[in-house]
Design a protein around this ligand. Sequence first.
Ligand SMILES: Cc1cc2nc3c(=O)[nH]c(=O)nc-3n(C[C@H](O)[C@H](O)[C@H](O)COP(=O)(O)OP(=O)(O)OC[C@H]3O[C@@H](n4cnc5c(N)ncnc54)[C@H](O)[C@@H]3O)c2cc1C
Length: 553
Amino acid sequence: MAKPIILAVDDDATVLDAIERDLRQHYRADYRVMKAGSGAEGLDAAKELAARNTPVALFLVDQRMPGMSGIEMLGEVMKLHPGSRRVLLTAYADTDVAIAGINSIGLDHYLMKPWDPPELRLYPVLDDLLSEWRARMRPSFEGIRVLGSQWSPESFAVKEFLSGNRIPYEWVDLDLDGTARALAVSLTGDLTRLPVVLFPDGTHLVAPTSGELAAKAGLQTQAQRPFYDVIIIGGGPAGLANAVYAASEGLRTVLVEQHAPGGQAGTSSLIENYLGFPAGVTGADLAQRATAQARRFGAELLSGQRAVALRREDPYRVVVLADGTELTAYCVVIATGMSARTLDIPGAAPLQGIGVYYGVAMTEAARYRARDVCVVGGANSAGQGALFLSRYARRVTMLVRATGLESSMSSYLIGRIRSAPNIEVVCGVDLEAVHGTGAMEGVVVKVAESGALRTIPAEAMFIFIGVQPHTEAFAGVLERDEAGFVLTGSDLPQEHGRPRGWPLERAPFMFETSIPGVFAAGDVRGGSNRRVAAAVGEGSAAIYSVHRYLRTV
Ligand SMILES: Cc1cc2nc3c(=O)[nH]c(=O)nc-3n(C[C@H](O)[C@H](O)[C@H](O)COP(=O)(O)OP(=O)(O)OC[C@H]3O[C@@H](n4cnc5c(N)ncnc54)[C@H](O)[C@@H]3O)c2cc1C
């Protein structure tokens, strides 16, 4: 652990040198003695130390300094280092100011200048103060600190990124920690953008992107080679399986992941149906094992990098990343998966996971026993969700945009919903806002026909408005189905008995998209099975097709 600091501040260079010399002589074994030549300089040093989370045991500050007096400076630093001891160096004429400072800024002591001999007039006082400080001091965390709010989705995203990439960090809730709040304000001016991420080298980032965070946290973000056999986009089970099989079979392989390896599976608390794990395996564990395995075989894994475009420059395939970098290879495998479609209305994001859920969230259903909940959506998944929840909840209100369920739900489900005494179906409504701070209280809907607003009290909302594949980067480049999933092999739309626009004599290989040499595997592929094992299977099998393709270039 770094030594705690004693910071001496005086505008008179000769006096400052003398204080520094005396302090070093007595305290150097246990403390690092620092000095500053003005109040402003001292305050900057205090800010930087707070940003590094380096504890300051003692401030020893001259009162009479131009620009900022000792009392003024100590008043500011106590917001950043409330536990430190504060001593003012005064001339006789400043005694009144010093006494007033005991009340106003909690000054611990004042010392008259000169303090010779220090053995009698300096060290005994400071020894006492420092031993008091040591008794109360708690060891400080020396890694990355995230200063944010639990109501800020960006704070949640940063925590997810760090934990997904297994980077240790300390979470500091600014709503509960006034000192951290003062530090965040002193570094950024205000708290409009959160979180503030502090690094052990004293630097900080405000609301960083995954790429900025990855680079700063020391993850690999840039490719090491100018050229690869295969670029894999997406580090979920399919992409990681791609990487393991490609690298282990000798291909020059790079995988690009926008967040953390593991994908959707990485967020699962227990995967129980994956072969070989009779007691189940957590998504995080599976992701970590697969990542280590891929790296062991020599695959490069770029974290915090998002693919934004794909280009064909025969015989090469070029992938453009969000930071403008371009990667070139013979082949590309798209394994970008999908995610639940999210509801973008005021109040929804802060309550996600604490009242607002995507999907049925079976583990949460029992929490709402005998309470009122809503289900959003009118398809079969929403109907099944409502029936499941009706076993627990007092009342389930289904909120449906269409004027009826008939066009989107199977009739057997409609019949069961109608006969459930505690399910009410409200059709023809659009969601406007979610109410509640810390817990959901209700949802505001707009009746499409009249435009009237209606508030429906509910303690939870389960949203079933479909899934979306991550394929925006490939729109207009590859054949996709109506929902945006990438089409491959025999699923490619046919024209005159051949895949539309297909340039080669041979038929597309398994998992090959409408561009030769570009493959898709896992949930992102139209018609995939949307399971971990299926994604892993497709990921490994797609590499077989990659080998076949490489024989042709
Ligand atoms: C909460 C939850 C629990 C689940 N539990 C189970 C279970 O118990 N059993 C089971 O079999 N299945 C389960 N599933 C389904 C399973 O997780 C998925 O089928 C599987 O993860 C799909 O893998 P994938 O690699 O195809 O895609 P994903 O897991 O979706 O991974 C895709 C990856 O690509 C990245 N990416 C996307 N776009 C880009 C881009 N442009 N640039 C760079 N990277 C990009 C994403 O960040 C993501 O990491 C669960 C899913 C969820 C959400």
